[in-house]
Design a binder for this molecule. Structure first.
Ligand code: CA
Ligand code: CA
Length: 298
């Protein structure tokens, strides 16, 4: 199995100019090591911006990119997340004015939480069970250059906690090789990521990368326990939710022999709209089918 180290990191998903750090065949399994979103720089709780003196962490160093042989524009890259193994600690940071509760943050704060062997952290006397997930995961976009702080149709910083071990994600391929990468793993994060961080940690992630030739959707589609979801990002939650709804409607129309009216009723019954995050440059919503639909496949 090929291993991708943290020696090469990238900070932009770009239509042009991404240089691969590795090449894999379709169907190959890869082990990817990731840094935390603070570039592993927040090593103790007394650290402040002023201590970093120009070494302020760039957001979301991302491991890769990986060139997948046989992936061409118009195809889909299927990413199966086989496992997420966490480091022994996780970090959070608050900065006045940052995040969706930033008005209430009066002073900078860094906290480091040891990760217990039973997959929990202790938070001020509470025991919180962990749910490891991947914050940044994606491929080169259709147009332009998008930093790894920003989500989009290519994936990127979606901060969707359903992107966890056991989930499969389908990305639209826009360039030769797809140029896949991931980073920003969280040991735990709630819907919204309201503080603009989860339990940020280094990790090692095992994925299987496969090409589905000749078909794609516009947005990332996830599949968890046989239930599909569409992940949409836009400048507002309202706009992201509308994109997610229509994309799911079209996704189902292509695959099921139902009228639009029937599908709209079905989505009203088993479609769950929920927030991924409200703190990144675009906001992200997932629209999930709460039931498995027999024979529905990507
Ligand atoms: Ca993130
Ligand atoms: Ca993060």
């Amino acid at each position: 199995m090929q291993e991708i180290t943290t020696n090469t990191q990238f900070f932009y998903f770009s239509k042009e100019g991404m240089r691969e750090t590795a090449r894999v065949q379709s169907g190959e399994t890869v082990l990817i090591y990731t840094k935390d979103c603070y570039d592993n720089l927040l090593v103790n709780e007394s650290l402040r911006h002023s201590d970093l003196k120009g070494r302020e962490p760039v957001a979301n160093p991302t491991s890769g990119p990986i060139f997948v042989e046989g992936a061409h524009p118009g195809d889909t890259l299927k990413v199966e997340i086989l496992s997420i193994k966490l480091n022994d600690h996780a970090t959070m940071r608050l900065t006045p004015g940052h995040g969706s509760l930033g008005k209430a943050v009066t002073e900078e704060c860094v906290r480091i939480f040891p990760i217990n062997e039973n997959n929990t952290v202790d938070f001020n006397g509470m025991t919180l069970p962990l749910h490891p997930m991947i914050g940044v995961i994606g491929v080169a976009p259709k147009e332009g250059c998008i930093d790894t702080d920003t989500p989009g149709d290519h994936g990127g910083n979606m901060d969707d906690h359903d992107i966890c071990a056991g989930t499969t994600i389908y990305f639209p391929v826009s360039v030769e090789g797809a140029m896949f990468g991931l980073g920003d793993v969280h040991a735990l994060m709630g819907d919204g990521e309201v503080a603009i961080c989860g339990l940020e940690t280094e990790a090692s992630v095992t994925v299987r990368l496969s090409v589905i030739s000749g078909k794609q959707e516009t947005l990332p589609v996830t599949e968890k326990d046989g239930r599909f979801a569409v992940v949409a990002s836009a400048e507002t939650l309202d706009a992201a939710a509308e994109r997610a709804r229509y994309e799911m409607l079209h996704f189902l129309k292509k695959r099921l022999p139902y009228s639009y009216n029937d599908l709209i009723m079905l989505l009203s019954l088993i479609g769950n709209l929920s927030v991924c995050q409200v703190v990144d440059p675009l906001q992200t919503v997932r629209f999930t089918l709460s039931e498995k639909i027999a024979f529905l496949q990507f």
